[in-house]
Design a protein around this ligand. Structure first.
Ligand code: ADP
Ligand code: ZN
Ligand code: ZN
Length: 736
């Protein structure tokens, strides 16, 4: 007698394994992988997803419990779609149940039915049905409504409006209990393939056409479109999407952040007639599930979203675009640490669609893949129209008299631009007033007691804030150590620059953009409007300014302090610095007027700064790639970081020592495998927990994967593994 089938189910659990269940009580046909089920788990009932069927469990059959309920008659995802989630969980070494929970819309993972889009319709009630045709003749509009519903049985609010019947009339008749509303599922309609444009596209420049024509839309290939800000990449995306959507296929577009760049979404909406599903973290659970389902059932041709949108299933996949592919927000830094850009490569390959990565400052990984011939590189050099590339000037801070961060050269240059009616952008990647509060008398420094970090002074709220754990406290009136009142603010953040600029340029409006000023949704929009008015003003802000904005009247971009990335322990810091500076500099001279960039540094002759400012990002990235090659760092090796944290530093340390022992037993140190750590990261303590990290380098990706899979299984079993918080970060982008 064949043994009964056993279902292996992924449940939301931190364990990297599946759980076995028997078929549900009633005899039914076999359940397919991807079906959501309710199962007993411990003392609770949880929602799980069937991953596979096996003939035999490793547990005795008597110990297995049956599935309690089946939630879907058909799996919501096709097998290839579902397999992408499984691949990502495996590759990023994350517990599969947890990974699925993180990559599916909340409603779906909570076991709710897939929501359907509905439209309100109106129909007669039983009282209404009993009325004669002319029952409401004293009120002609109401009479018209009655007759319409006698004729059509059911009409939508919009349909009634077309007949000239307002909401008010509907309400009056509904109040008489003659009609009632019902929700009717919207019909699945195809978009009109011959009429998807709402505006005429630009005539492409020669380079844009060449780029567009190189992309084969019928097969998988990865293309990297490198073009400076304003060189016309977005126009290439729009026309490529057009080609794909006109053949009835869907396009998935990933961008780093939607709220910061409302302009991107606006441009898509302006261009296309057809609907665009927008997926970002600001959606309600219902909205997200609706958008997800519209994409899944092929009802929307274009999906525009942030990182997690990479998991949006498409009925007719035709294209994936990742804009600003270098942006670190595509890598999730907590929990399920996946890279949406890297998953896009696997996804496009499996779905046999082209993948277009775009950036003014491509990641070293993608450039390396181009050099290796894995990606096709497409380049845009000029800017369409008159806009020219900006001119650079380096200001040596060592010889400057500084007015809290502003050299005299800088102030003069700003005065000149403003006098000519232009706008100036000042970039400083640090919010708050000052990064340090100290005592001039005894040297005391305001530290966060929960993190190895200093507290930042915020003047407007008069508080000290930890930017790492959100701890806050009032600014003390006297030094807590020696009672002296000689407290001083060291360094500067955007808040301080703003007040200094107000003093230096009393006639000029100063706009500040950082996480503190843009908490309100409308703040960014109102800043953009002020900038677009074109009047002279100074915009001061953090990296939020580097993203996607088009300010035609900015002629001078100031980088107050370029030194941050030069001497960081994080090997990716120079790359990030170069990208950020190039992106910010790209805000200068995007309109008719030429632009200028002034960069202040204490190390003006540092080769990274000279290459970047004199020869541009391409030469800069080549130089960095050479350094990475010499040091055998990614992308020349594969890297994984294991992190642990615990209230007791010994536990955090001990756990990773153990991890290293296990790992070295599985893959002894060799030219193919290297280990570093456990070491304290740059911030050793965060939110009251001590942190350690262990890096594993390998020359082969599959071999690193094999090692990690075995290692994680072993570590899960160790008692210490249950005591400390630990995580695995495959292809880490943030080493701090
Ligand atoms: P990027 O995405 O590289 O920053 P965009 O596509 O946003 O560049 O182009 C910058 C500006 O130039 C936009 O205002 C865009 O409308 C305009 N533009 C792009 N391509 C063309 C073209 N072929 N002809 C005229 N204007 C163009
Ligand atoms: Zn003191
Ligand atoms: Zn803190």
């Amino acid at each position: 007698m064949p043994s009964p089938v056993v279902y292996q189910v992924a449940v939301p659990s931190p364990l990297r394994r599946l759980f076995d269940y028997l078929p549900p009580g009633e005899a039914r046909q076999a359940l397919k992988p991807g079906t959501r089920v309710k199962v007993p788990f411990g003392r609770r009932q949880v929602i799980g997803i069937i991953i596979k069927t096996v003939q035999k469990s490793s547990l005795p059959l008597g110990k297995l419990k049956p599935i309690s309920a089946i939630l879907d008659l058909q799996p919501l995802l096709s097998e290839p779609q579902f397999n992408l989630h499984l691949w990502a969980a495996q590759y990023y070494q994350h517990p599969v149940g947890d990974a699925l929970a993180a990559s599916l819309p909340a409603l779906i993972r909570k076991g709710e039915p897939v929501p359907v889009e509905t439209v309100t319709h109106w129909q007669l009630t039983t009282i209404g049905l009993g009325l004669p045709e002319s029952a409401l003749r004293t009120a002609p509009r109401q009479q018209q409504l009655l007759n319409a519903l006698q004729k059509h049985a059911r009409l939508s609010t919009a349909g009634l409006k077309n007949l000239g019947i307002s909401r008010q009339i509907i309400k009056q008749v509904a109040d008489k209990k003659l009609i009632e509303s019902i929700e009717v599922e919207t019909e699945v309609t195809d978009w009109n393939k011959s009429n998807i444009l709402a505006e005429a596209p630009h005539k492409l420049t020669r380079q844009q056409s060449a780029a567009l024509n190189s992309i084969n839309t019928n097969t998988f290939n990865t293309y990297l479109l490198q073009g400076e800000t304003g060189s016309g990449k977005t126009e290439v995306y729009l026309q490529l999407i057009q080609t794909v959507v006109e053949t009835g296929k869907q396009a998935l577009v990933l961008i780093p952040e939607i709220s910061l760049t409302p302009q991107t979404l606006q441009r898509f909406q302006q261009r296309f007639n057809c609907s665009i599903a927008v997926m970002h973290s600001g959606l309600t659970d219902k909205e997200r599930a609706l958008a997800w389902n519209a994409a899944r059932t092929g009802r929307v041709p274009i999906v525009l979203g942030t990182r997690s949108a990479i998991f949006t299933p498409l009925a007719n996949p035709g294209l994936i675009i990742v804009d600003e592919e270098h942006d670190s927000s595509f890598k999730q830094q907590e929990g399920f640490r996946y890279s949406a850009r890297d998953i896009a490569v696997i996804r496009a390959q499996r779905e046999k669609t082209p993948l277009l990565l775009g950036s003014a400052t491509p990641s070293l990984e993608s450039l390396h893949n181009c050099h290796q011939g894995k990606y096709h590189k497409l380049t845009l050099t000029g800017r369409p129209g008159n806009a020219r590339q900006p001119q650079w000037q380096l200001v040596d801070l060592r010889q400057s008299q500084l007015k809290t961060g502003f050299s005299a050269t800088l102030i003069n240059a700003m005065e000149d631009e403003l006098a000519q009616g232009n706008q100036v952008l000042v970039f400083l990647n640090r919010r708050g007033f000052a990064p340090t509060l100290n005592c001039h008398n005894c040297g005391w420094i305001a530290d966060c007691h929960r993190c190895s970090a200093r507290l930042t002074v915020h003047k407007s709220s008069n508080r000290l804030l930890c930017h790492h754990c959100e701890h806050q406290e009032p600014v003390p009136l006297a030094c807590p150590a020696c009672m002296s009142s000689q407290l001083q603010f060291l360094g500067q953040g955007t808040e301080r620059s703003e007040s200094l600029l107000e003093a230096l340029f009393p006639e000029t409006p100063i706009l500040r953009v950082d996480r503190d000023t843009t908490r309100r949704k409308s703040a960014m929009q109102s800043m953009v409007e002020k900038m677009n008015s074109g009047k002279p003003c100074i915009l001061v802000g953090t990296q939020m300014l580097a993203k996607g904005h088009h300010f035609p009247n900015v002629t001078l971009v100031v980088i107050l302090d370029a030194d941050g990335g030069l001497f960081s322990p994080d090997f990716r810091a120079p790359e990030k610095m170069g990208q950020l500076i190039t992106q910010v500099a790209g805000r200068a001279g995007r309109g008719e007027k030429p632009g200028k960039v002034i960069l202040q540094s204490h190390y003006c002759d540092h080769p990274m700064l000279t290459t970047l400012s004199q020869r541009g990002y391409v030469a800069f990235s080549d130089q960095l790639l050479n350094e990475r090659k010499l040091a055998q760092l990614p992308p020349f090796q594969y890297l994984c970081v294991l992190r642990s944290e615990a209230p007791d530093v010994r536990d955090a340390d001990q756990f990773l020592r153990l991890a290293r022992q296990h790992a070295e037993r599985l893959a002894p140190p060799s030219p193919q495998f290297g280990y570093l750590g456990p070491l304290p990261p740059a911030m050793e303590k965060r939110s009251g927990r001590y942190r350690r990290q262990l890096s594993i380098h390998a020359s082969s990706r599959p071999r690193l994967q094999q090692l990690l899979t075995l290692l994680c299984q072993q570590l899960e079993q160790t008692p210490l593994g249950k005591k400390v918080r630990w995580s695995v970060d495959v292809d880490p982008v943030d080493m701090s």
